[in-house]
Design a protein around this ligand. Structure first.
Ligand SMILES: [Zn+2]
Length: 156
């Protein structure tokens, strides 16, 4: 099983991005690499700060996606963390690049939920697996990463 996992936060401490392999299992790790657990400012309160945060989020996702796009046709499942404002960018990219709903797993926290779910629906991913998670997705993404790498398992 070949899996890609993408988040603008960091969920595997100290790991660089790229392919991780264990036996027949391979995971393409794509996470925030700037050394912080959170890829965007968590203290934004006013609308200007939120807008800046959403912009940062989109920029991070675009950068990570560039590392995914070439490998995409060879990947069995892509696990996306979909967090706060701007995070829906990754859903649009998946749709633009023709990812089919059976290959997508969305890990979502409660933030901006209405918007996220409408983008998932509008992009044709209504039938994709959705996993609820804590805000930031750190421990849920880590658990899925360990399962995919050591057991070749992902939620169906
Ligand atoms: Zn959240």
């Amino acid at each position: 099983m070949r899996v890609a996992m993408i988040s603008y936060n960091a969920f595997v401490d100290g790991e660089r991005n790229g392919w991780k392999k264990q036996g027949d299992n391979a995971v393409l790790l794509l996470q925030n690499e700037d050394g912080s657990k959170w890829g965007v400012d968590q203290n934004a309160t006013n609308s200007a700060e939120l807008k800046a945060g959403a912009g940062d989020c989109v920029a991070k996702i675009n950068g990570l996606w560039e590392q995914l796009v070439e490998a995409l046709p060879t990947i069995d499942k892509v696990v996306f963390y979909v967090g706060s404002f701007g995070a829906e960018r990754v859903i649009y990219l998946a749709a633009e690049h023709g990812l089919t709903p059976d290959k997508a797993v969305f890990v979502r926290c409660d933030c901006n939920m209405t918007k996220k779910m409408s983008v998932i629906r509008d992009c044709g991913f209504s039938s994709s697996k959705v996993v609820d998670c804590e805000c930031g997705g750190h421990s849920t993404m880590r658990r899925l990463y360990d399962d995919a790498l050591t057991k070749g398992n992902l939620p169906n």
